[in-house]
Design a protein around this ligand. Structure first.
Ligand SMILES: *Cc1c(COP(=O)(O)O)cnc(C)c1O
Length: 423
């Protein structure tokens, strides 16, 4: 059942309670490899389920538009202090509702509709909010987009520089959702300085690795840093923006009153708790293990003939081009889910297929590392992925179901915070 128990939902709304219990069991029994997901601690779960959700707190600590902030003010101030201390930043804003609104606040702070902005193209590994045509970032701004090199699968910094100097964007985003390699923040900073642009590092995927010393930090290189709090950082769904002293006021004004009303105080408390956990020495061990597991999985998959974009990984994430396996990313992801392995289909750079039926799958190790899996498990995991993809090509559901059973057995000694097999 769900941990902590939810007896009041069980009795007040058994239909929703039942679905929550089912989802908790699903999360316990699956090999969860979606690289943007994780398992938060019980302490974070508890913080998010408190009376803090009852309170309106428009404004910032000490400057609110509602009375009764005696306890919310220190909660938000502690979250801000912890974010600044963990990353060594001058300023932190922990109010953005999620990663996408955090990026919208950046545009509101530093660009006008119609201005040129620059980011990595979505099919190359960027995020929707970095200028994709279907996003407001691509509709309201003149978005110029960079990609990766065909031969290396890595960000083409020559292209970034050429584009930046030619197009003169107000804002340059560095970061993305499907980048398996270290991001060179000093190189981006040099380009942004030359082009006189605001450099924004969007570290949503890698914030936990940066906090744990497993990826170089953008602090001191980027003017503004946006991040979700729920990916490798292992906090509740939310976001924050770090800035240097110069860009602090513009960001605060953009988040409130520019874009949002009242902050989600229960989430702020959860972020504060997660930031305390991330400052603990054990989080460094976690971050290093996430990377070690991804490297071990990458070499095990490569040995089995899988084609990894960029040839491997430096971080938590792997992007696999399935073209050589003769199966699309979508049917593969679908079969893997039946086999108890949860990941997502994804475009690969220069994809010849359609975005809704692309050539790749994206997977990562943040969640399984939280459960305690290590390098020793990765060859078996690669074997299951291989067998499931072979079975998918033959419509062999029996094999898929057998793998799901084996995975449930393997995971039984690695419980999750959030579910217990005992009723
Ligand atoms: C996840 C992500 C976001 C958006 O976060 P949401 O909370 O889903 O809005 C923004 N940028 C990057 C790079 C991301 O990976």
């Amino acid at each position: 059942m769900h941990q902590p128990p939810i007896p009041h939902i069980d009795s007040a709304d058994p239909q929703i309670a039942g679905l929550i219990h089912d989802e908790a069991r699903r999360q316990a029994q699956k090999m969860r490899l979606i690289p943007s997901e994780n398992y938060v601690s019980l302490a974070v779960l508890e913080a998010c389920g408190t009376v803090l959700t009852n309170k309106y707190s428009e404004g910032y600590a000490g400057r609110r538009y509602y009375e009764g902030q005696q306890f919310v003010d220190p909660i938000e101030s502690i979250a801000v202090q912890r974010a600044k201390a963990l990353f060594g930043a001058d300023h932190a804003n922990v109010q953005p509702y999620s990663g996408s609104p955090a990026n919208m606040a950046v545009y509101l702070a530093f660009a006008q509709p119609g201005d040129t902005i620059m980011g990595m193209a979505l099919p190359m590994g960027g995020h929707l909010t970095h200028g994709a045509g279907v996003s407001v970032s691509g509709k309201w701004f003149n978005a110029v987009q960079y990609g990766v090199r065909h031969d290396t699968g890595r960000i083409d910094l020559d292209e970034v520089r050429d584009l930046a100097l030619r197009e003169r964007p107000k804002v340059i985003f560095a970061g993305g959702t499907a980048i398996p390699r270290t991001i060179d923040f000093p190189a981006f900073a040099a380009i942004a300085a030359e082009a006189d642009a605001v450099l924004v590092a969007d570290m949503a995927h890698i914030a936990g690795l940066i906090a744990g010393g497993a990826h170089p930090s953008p602090v001191g290189h980027a003017h503004v840093i946006t991040s979700t709090t729920h990916k490798t950082l292992r906090g509740p769904r939310g976001a924050m923006i770090l800035t240097d002293a110069e860009h602090a006021k513009a960001i605060d004004r953009a988040v409130f009153p520019g874009l949002q009303g009242g902050p989600h105080n229960h989430t702020t408390a959860g972020i504060a708790v997660a930031l305390k956990e991330a400052a603990h020495p054990s989080f460094r061990t976690y971050a290093a293990q996430v990377v070690a597991n991804a490297a071990a999985l990458a070499s095990a998959l490569t040995e089995r003939g899988f084609d990894l974009v960029s040839g491997g990984t430096d971080n938590h994430l792997l992007l696999v081009d399935l073209t050589s396996k003769g199966i699309g990313g979508k049917p593969a992801a679908n079969a893997l889910d039946r086999a108890g392995i949860e990941l997502n289909f994804n475009t690969v750079p220069f994809d010849q297929r359609r975005p809704l039926d692309p050539s790749g799958i994206r997977l990562g190790t943040p969640a399984i590392t939280t459960r305690g899996l290590t390098e020793q498990h990765m060859p078996q995991l690669a074997a299951w992925i291989d067998d499931a993809i072979t079975a998918a090509a033959k419509d062999d559901d029996t094999t898929l179901d057998n793998i799901a059973g084996e995975i449930r057995d393997l995971l039984t000694p690695y419980p999750i915070p959030g579910w217990s097999p005992q009723p």
